[in-house]
Design a protein around this ligand. Structure first.
Ligand code: GLN
Length: 294
């Protein structure tokens, strides 16, 4: 017997220990995902083949991905995919990795869409990988979804995801917020904009700080810059009475409510995430842009 052979069980234990020591949140899960990928098998295979030895190539692949993970590269960037709302999204370093909490925004849009007759027109502003907008489009085949982002890599990844997920009721546009989008055109605008404040940027975990795009995270000194701009300009983008749905950061509900009230929005309500924290705000506006009241 060759002493150099390492079994699935040993590889997982060794890797999970190393990741735990480095302070990772989910060491065993990370190890399982990376090993199943290195072996080209699913996670169940690992459970049923604990005593199977890794081939040299499998061990080498696993070691390479472990080296990346130990440098805090998120598992989703290593594997290039992240599951969101039951769908598989491609992700690269150019886009934020979709978070489970953001599924709350999808739920809010799906619920709200019922209130619009005919084809509901939805805009996902700051779409990143396209997680929110493409999940919505997939679940509402009668709707039409515009996805936009300032970042070229975000637009490219969203185009790829739309094609892999076979979403056809959508368009993808590169735009700095509303700049290159059509005014008076949307019923629902949904957005997960950058909202991390200056202070919070300094306290991000290494996985996020070292690897995720700063421009997808930083929301200005107080974290509210994008909300100010979106709230000021969204009314001019609604074709009739419109709904604005936005993800917010921890503790931003009071400030965002105030901005919405000052901007003439009504029926402001918050939806909690999986941890019970207000995470998504929904608000309505009559759609008349203030400039036109003159
Ligand atoms: N939720 C992200 C985080 O954990 C922030 C996302 C955003 O800024 N839109 O840092």
């Amino acid at each position: 017997m060759n002493d150099n052979l390492i079994t699935v069980r040993d590889a997982l234990e060794y890797a999970a220990d190393a990741l735990r020591e480095e302070g990772m949140d989910t060491p065993m899960l990370d190890a399982r995902i990376l090993l199943s990928r290195a072996m080209g098998k699913d996670m169940l295979y690992l459970v049923t083949h604990e005593n199977t030895a890794l081939s040299d190539e499998e061990a080498a692949r696993f070691n390479r991905s472990m080296t990346e993970r130990l440098a805090h590269r998120p598992v989703a960037y290593i594997t290039g995919t992240k599951e969101f709302y039951g769908l598989d999204f491609r992700v690269t370093e150019g886009v934020l990795i979709p978070r489970p909490d953001t599924e709350t925004a999808v739920e809010a849009v799906l619920e709200r869409a019922d209130r619009y007759a005919g084809q509901v027109k939805i805009l996902d502003l700051c779409c990143g990988s396209g997680a929110i907008g493409l999940s919505v489009a997939k679940n509402l085949p009668e709707s039409y979804v515009t996805l936009s982002d300032i970042s070229r890599s975000a637009v490219d990844i969203t185009v790829l995801n739309a094609s892999l997920l076979k979403v056809e009721n959508c368009e993808i546009i590169q735009s700095d917020l509303f700049e290159d989008l059509t005014p008076k055109n949307y019923d629902i605008i949904v957005s997960n904009p950058p909202y991390v404040s200056g202070d919070e940027m300094g306290a991000l975990s290494a996985d996020i700080a070292l690897w995720e795009p700063r421009e997808a995270l930083y929301g200005g000194t107080d974290g509210l810059s994008f909300y100010r701009q979106i709230i000021a300009e969204a009314p001019g983008m609604f074709r009739n009475r419109g709904t604005l749905i936005m993800e917010i950061g921890y503790g931003q509900d009071g400030d965002v409510r105030k901005l919405l009230e000052d901007g003439g929005f009504e029926n402001i309500s918050f939806r909690a995430d999986l941890a019970g924290i207000p995470r998504v705000v929904t608000a309505e506006h009559s759609g008349t842009s203030r400039g036109e009241l003159l």
